[in-house]
Design a protein. Structure first.
Length: 254
């Protein structure tokens, strides 16, 4: 598939996805979301890809395309919504990293919230300013931000439509790290993760996702089953044999 509204490349074992509407500060419209949806399926199906980095050297994304939404009615707004695609990205079996430069606002920040890790430039600007448009965050912002930083801080930011810098985002636990070059930093993380056992990484994501879905007792049972199932994989044998033989393991995802 040819992409126009996103850029997609694979470097070593890492897929790099960039929104490609620089003149609109990478605002997200239906075409961007359709391409993002397609690329998620390509990434999932390709065993060579172990990690995904989303971001660009300039703006991450300044939100949903406001000009496309002005005259929408509720049904059209529902159909325009990003949640189905963002859910697919969240459920991707491979770790995802958002590299945030410039603006990550509204749907842009919600895209970053779907990722497993977030790295931001010192002068990045993050926020959910939808309240200023007479709406609320509608691509997971109220749900994922609250779970990540707590309901009180989420309300503080969303009530005011506040735009915060990387320092405050780090202090609030919204990002993992500040880096002068977030893409470079994300690629370094990706390189370290890409050599780990893919099925174990998938299991980690599934188990940690359970924390938002279930009570701790059920979560612990889920973890125990996921943990023991990995003993049916070649990678478990390889990882433990490599330890015993004092060498580095080579994981194949089997
Ligand atoms: N939608 C559509 N176009 C956008 C956009 C957006 N979200 N953000 C920026 N643009 C466009 C501008 O209209 C402008 O286009 P023109 O040159 O054709 O006029 C271009 O990008 C450059 O933007 P500015 O001139 O505004 O740049 P600036 O540096 O003065 O300001 C900004 C930057 C503060 C990010 C400002 O553009 C802004 O406030 N953007 C909107 C941010 C926002 O409200 N995002 C939330 C959207 S709603 C949402 O995301 C809903 C949801 O939950 C899914």
């Amino acid at each position: 598939m040819n992409f126009e509204k996103i850029l997609f490349s694979v470097k070593d074992k890492t897929a790099v996805i960039t929104i490609n509407r620089p003149k609109a500060l990478n605002a997200l419209n239906s075409e961007v979301i359709a391409e993002l949806d397609a690329v998620v399926q390509i990434v999932e199906a390709n065993p060579q890809i172990r990690v995904v980095v989303i971001g660009s050297d300039k703006n991450f994304a300044a939100g949903a395309d406001i000009k496309a939404m002005i005259e929408m009615n509720p049904e059209q707004a529902r159909a325009f919504g990003f949640t189905p695609t963002f859910n697919k990205l969240e459920n991707l079996s491979k770790p995802t990293i958002a590299a945030i430069s410039g603006y990550a606002l509204g749907g842009g920040l919600e895209l970053a919230l779907v990722c497993d890790l977030r790295i931001a430039a010192p002068d990045a600007k993050l926020g959910l300013p939808e309240i200023n448009l007479g709406i609320i965050p509608g691509a997971g912002g109220t749900q994922r931000l609250s779970r990540l930083i707590g309901t009180s801080r989420a309300k503080e930011l969303v009530f005011q439509g506040a735009i915060i810098d990387a320092n405050k985002a780090l202090q609030y636990g919204l990002i993992n790290e500040i880096a002068d070059n977030p893409m470079e930093a994300a690629m370094k993380h990706a390189e370290k993760i890409a050599v780990k056992a893919p099925l174990a990484l998938k299991a980690v994501k599934e188990c940690i996702a359970m924390t938002a879905k279930t009570d701790i007792r059920s979560g612990l049972e889920y973890e125990e089953v996921a943990w023991s199932r990995l003993y049916a994989t070649k990678d478990q044998k390889e990882g433990m044999r490599a330890f015993a033989e004092k060498r580095k393991p080579i994981f194949t995802g089997e």
